[in-house]
Structures are given as structure tokens and as C-alpha cells.
Design a protein around this ligand. Structure first.
Ligand code: URA
Length: 323
């Protein structure tokens, strides 16, 4: 058999393995037939992958900053809640400007995603350093948020605040964008159809849902399943970053375009970012497609499976070097 054919057989073997792992036990299923263009990556029906032109990007950043400035009261509230020691330390040792990569460059494995703000301006200081030390607990953070949080307009239509769940000492963390209808009712992230698929993805790398930590950038359901807006993400993300500092996962998998762009503060799209590890606060971050997108385009499961194999290998590597 030629090398090319062997490669195809190997591909097929991987795909069959993945199908089996996600519960397909017979091949009499109707496999999707390639039609025209595949749908673009989107967590909810109305989402589009959006890689803005440079001038749009600048305009949006400026607009976001202005929105941020307007809400000084909210921001100082977050600052008060933000108890991590790193903020002071970072402000004392600002990074040199030349170490900041251009915003739209595709980051390489060892790259750190940089914030555009200077360390003094940033809530989190210099992101290229490791995770800040903290002695707060997850319940301290949840208490700070409060069940009646009104820090952004998403409070108006949500049923409840949906906090992250899972093992507080998990090696692996998953981050999505915001609760959907099921999560809003049940008060737990990823419990709907996308959540069921996420459970299978977790099991495909020999872990269980209880072994990992699962959260969202935004904790309240956006009305009509719309994408959370930049100012809504800005006000909620600090709490997630505090949770990351408590859990200290070895690897973070960030799910889908919106979560990826919000977490990493980048406009580079998920299609270009997925499949390569990025460094974020010293934690390895793997961007991959959102499970809701896989429900819409099951052909993309193959890529997610490739990404998850890398995650498994990275966890094995770190576990081996720990022992
Ligand atoms: N989609 C998300 O991004 N998060 C959830 O919790 C559920 C669906």
C-alpha cells in the first residue's frame, strides 16, 4: 500500500475511533454528505466567525475602551473584589513595549496573548507572568459575584447566575461563552445538547465531567441566545480569571470563537487559532470549536478530536514531569 493510502486508512481509523467514542456503534447511520460550503463556526445560530479588517478592529477596540471608561463605578467594584497579589507586583515591573506582539499575529505555541493595556491600567497586570497566588476559595468568588449580580444588562433577562462547576483541583478546564436556555434554568454550565456532547468529548480523553472544571466567560444567559457583548464580557471575565487562579489547571480548552476572542483578548478567529497551544498566564490554552458548532457541522468533530488528542498528550507530559 502506498504511503498516501496508509495515511487515508489511518485517518479513517481515527474517525471510526472518534465516532465510537461519541456513541455511534453502527455504521448504518446516515453520514452527512458534503454539500456546498460548510457553515461557519458559531456557538448559536446567529453567530458568524468574524475577523475584522484592521481599521474595524481599531474602531472596535477604541469603542470598547470608551464603553469601559463610562462604567467606572462597575470597574472599581471589580478592582475592590480583585484581591490577587499579582496586580501590585505587575504594576511595579512593567513589561518592555517591544515584547508586545502585533495584535493580529497568529500566536505560536509558546506565545503569550498580550493585553493592549499597560500593566498599570490592566486589572490583571502583566499576563505573561504565571498565575497570581491567591488564597481565596471558589465560594469566596461566587459570594463576591452574588446571586443578584447587576453588573451588566444581562441581569435583566436571566433566570439565575450560572457559576463554573467541577473539581476545584482539576488539571483540565473548559471555558465556553455564556449559558444557554438549559443552563439558565438548571443553573449549571453545559447541561444542554452542547453539554452532552462536551461530556462525550471529555470521556474521549479518558476523563469524566466531574474530573474537570467547566465555566463560561459570561455567567448570565444573553437574551435570544445572542453573543455576549464586549462590555458584558469585560465585566464578567475577571471572576473567571480569579477562578483560574484558584483551580490552577494545567490545560485550558477554550470553546468557540466568542469565548476564545474574549478570553485571549484577540480578534484572530477560532479557525486560525484552533489546534495550537497558546500560553496564557503560564497555562497552556487549546482553542477548539464549540460543541454547539459540532452539532451543526459534525464533520468538524475530526478537528476537535485532533485538538483533544494534543490536550491528552500535554496532560500526560505534565503529569509525567510532576512525578
Ligand atoms: N454554550 C456555552 O458556551 N456555555 C454553556 O454553558 C452552554 C452552551
Amino acid at each position: 500500500m502506498t504511503y498516501k493510502k496508509l495515511e487515508l486508512v489511518e485517518d479513517l481509523r481515527e474517525q471510526l475511533k472518534f465516532l465510537k467514542e461519541i456513541g455511534v456503534d453502527s455504521l448504518s447511520v446516515d453520514l452527512p454528505v458534503r454539500t456546498a460550503e460548510p457553515p461557519r463556526e458559531t456557538a448559536h445560530d446567529d453567530f458568524q466567525t468574524y475577523v475584522p479588517a484592521k481599521n474595524e478592529f481599531k474602531a472596535e477596540t477604541k469603542q470598547n475602551r470608551e464603553a469601559g471608561r463610562k462604567d467606572v463605578r462597575r470597574r472599581s467594584e471589580i478592582l475592590q473584589n480583585y484581591k490577587l497579589s499579582e496586580r501590585k507586583q505587575s504594576a511595579e515591573s512593567p513589561k518592555s513595549p517591544e515584547s508586545q506582539p502585533p495584535k493580529e499575529k497568529i500566536p505560536e505555541v509558546t506565545d503569550t496573548i498580550e493585553k493592549t493595556e499597560s500593566p498599570e491600567e490592566s486589572l490583571f497586570g502583566d499576563l505573561s507572568r504565571g498565575l497570581p497566588d491567591t488564597n481565596e476559595s471558589l465560594s469566596d468568588i461566587h459570594k463576591d459575584i452574588g446571586s443578584d449580580c447587576e453588573r451588566c444588562r444581562l441581569c435583566e433577562k436571566r433566570t439565575q447566575v450560572v457559576h463554573s462547576v467541577g473539581d476545584p483541583q482539576a488539571d483540565l478546564m473548559f471555558i465556553g461563552e455564556a449559558p444557554g436556555a438549559d443552563e439558565d434554568v438548571q443553573g449549571e454550565p453545559f447541561v444542554g445538547r452542547a453539554g452532552q456532547l462536551l461530556n462525550k468529548i471529555i470521556e474521549a480523553i479518558d476523563l469524566k465531567r466531574e474530573d474537570v472544571f467547566i465555566g463560561n466567560i459570561n455567567r448570565c444567559r444573553p437574551p435570544d441566545n445572542r453573543r455576549p457583548l464586549a462590555d458584558e464580557a469585560e465585566v464578567c471575565k475577571p471572576f473567571l480569571l480569579r477562578e483560574i487562579s484558584v483551580v490552577r489547571p494545567k490545560v485550558i480548552v477554550v470553546l468557540g470563537n466568542t469565548a476564545c476572542q474574549n478570553l485571549l483578548d484577540t480578534k484572530v478567529g477560532i479557525t486560525r487559532l484552533r489546534g495550537k497551544f497558546l500560553d496564557y498566564f503560564g497555562v497552556r490554552v487549546m482553542p477548539t470549536f464549540h460543541p454547539a458548532y459540532l452539532l451543526r457541522d459534525p464533520r468538524k468533530k475530526r478537528e476537535v478530536w485532533e485538538d483533544m488528542k494534543k490536550v491528552r498528550e500535554e496532560l500526560n507530559r505534565q503529569n509525567a514531569s510532576d512525578s
